[in-house]
Ligand binder design. Structure first.
Ligand SMILES: Nc1ncnc2c1ncn2[C@@H]1O[C@H](COP(=O)(O)OP(=O)(O)OP(=O)(O)O)[C@@H](O)[C@H]1O
Ligand SMILES: [Mg+2]
Length: 393
């Protein structure tokens, strides 16, 4: 939520409020919000005197280190980076050397010579390649550091709710060695709930389901604390794989992951019948029987059919999470509904389909892919009040 009260002076501070979207006051300066204004990162801009000056040169950073995308938020500056989690590496004399990270690395996909290797350093939300993750984070942090900041930054970073203590420790150590002076860890769906503007501080249960690239994470919060956090290794990448399997089974056509993701984004729907998606999509791939290039057409209904399996797994996961809650909290959620965030929330009709299958209402907040970074930013800015949400590395 944004507070756009520029009442005095020119210094700007970016801070956040915990009140529900649309109303509230600046948590730091008690200025009542007149007109909500949202930046890309949902940042709240208000006149804050000396605190404002300090935050412009702040060295506090929040990072959403995702399987598919990494976002970086700097206190006082907002979201300064939103790039694919990708690293291009060259092996020279047995040593791996970083050629490019993020957008530049992803642009090389399918165009790399044999000597260059393109790596997705995270798998299912956790680090799969430590050296590549560290190299990527080091570059991202370098870009985030204030020109005027001399200290190494304090960094808050998210992990999936199912990350084991060993996986959390790996993230912690990788961020420390990427150049930070203090590292805080928080569960991704907890950040998503706060970033989605859910009333997490009120005495009633709020449930968020964050469907990212590698994992679907659920968190239930009440009175500012976490009642439940869990994750399932089935999300956007599983949707892509389901499309690949469907096209192979139905049309004997081989397509790659990038093609499957494009189909999902351009024509994907969870609604059998297509819902608002009316356009068919033309696909080229390799015929499995003859080995020749072949073109086929998929309808939105075909894609809904392909996505049925992973949507079913996610439905089961949500039902189990609801079952494990105390009856009063489950009743709160049945009444107020579930908030759907992450890139997976952008699949047309997924909220409607999940509402039909689970039997509770689902809503998608604005900018669902930015909820985790917005929530992480809130936590890093309100560290004293939110310290109980942090995990030990
Ligand atoms: N418009 C869209 N429609 C459907 N899916 C989309 C759309 N835009 C992005 N996605 C998908 O969202 C996923 C990425 O979402 P997100 O950035 O939330 O994941 P992540 O945070 O990197 O992953 P994780 O949280 O699992 O580690 C990808 O699978 C991508 O294909
Ligand atoms: Mg994510």
């Amino acid at each position: 939520m944004s507070c756009a009260n520029k009442l005095r002076g020119t210094s700007l501070c970016v801070s956040r409020v915990r009140s529900p979207v649309g109303t509230g006051s600046c948590a730091r300066h008690s200025c009542v919000e007149a007109a909500a204004r949202f930046g890309d990162g949902g940042e709240q801009i208000c006149d804050g005197g000396l605190i404002g000056v300090a935050s412009v040169f702040s060295d506090d950073i929040a990072i959403d280190l995702g399987t598919v995308n990494t976002l970086v938020y700097v206190v006082g500056r907002g979201i300064i980076l939103d790039e694919p989690s990708a690293v291009a590496l060259k092996t020279v004399g047995g040593m791996r050397e970083v050629v490019a990270v993020g957008l530049k690395a992803k642009a090389m996909l399918g165009r790399t010579p044999e000597t260059i290797e393109l790596i997705r350093p995270l798998r299912d939300g956790v680090i799969a390649d430590f050296i590549a993750t560290e190299a990527m984070l080091r570059q991202f942090i370098k870009r985030a550091k204030s020109k005027f900041g001399f200290r190494r930054p304090r960094i808050l970073i998210c992990v999936p709710a199912s990350a084991t203590p060993v996986e959390r420790r790996a993230v912690y150590e990788t961020v420390v060695s990427s150049g930070s002076r203090q590292v805080f860890i928080v569960e991704e769906p907890v950040a998503a709930a706060i970033g989605a503007g859910m009333p997490v501080d009120e005495p009633r249960g709020s449930m968020v389901v964050d469907i990212g690239g590698g994992t679907t994470d659920i968190a239930v919060l009440s009175l500012g604390g976490v009642m439940q956090a869990r994750s399932l290794r089935c999300a956007g990448n599983a949707f892509d794989e389901a499309i690949i399997r469907f096209v192979r089974r139905r049309h004997q056509l081989l397509i790659g992951e990038a093609n499957a993701e494009r189909i999902k984004i351009e024509a994907g729907t969870a609604l059998v019948g297509g819902g608002s998606r009316a356009v068919d999509i033309h696909i080229r791939g390799r015929d499995l029987r003859q080995g020749r290039p072949k073109s086929i057409v998929l309808t939105p209904s075909n894609i809904a059919e392909a996505l049925d399996g992973p949507i079913d797994s996610i439905t089961e996961f949500i039902l189990r999470a609801l079952e494990d809650l105390p009856p009063n909290v489950a009743a709160d959620i049945c009444e107020t509904g579930v908030c759907l965030t992450g890139g997976g929330a952008l699949i047309v009709g997924l909220d409607t389909e999940l509402a039909r299958r689970v039997g509770v209402p689902f809503t998608v907040p604005s900018g669902p892919m930015h909820c985790v970074i917005r929530g992480s930013a809130t936590i890093v800015e309100e560290l004293d009040e939110r310290r109980h949400l942090l995990l030990t590395p």
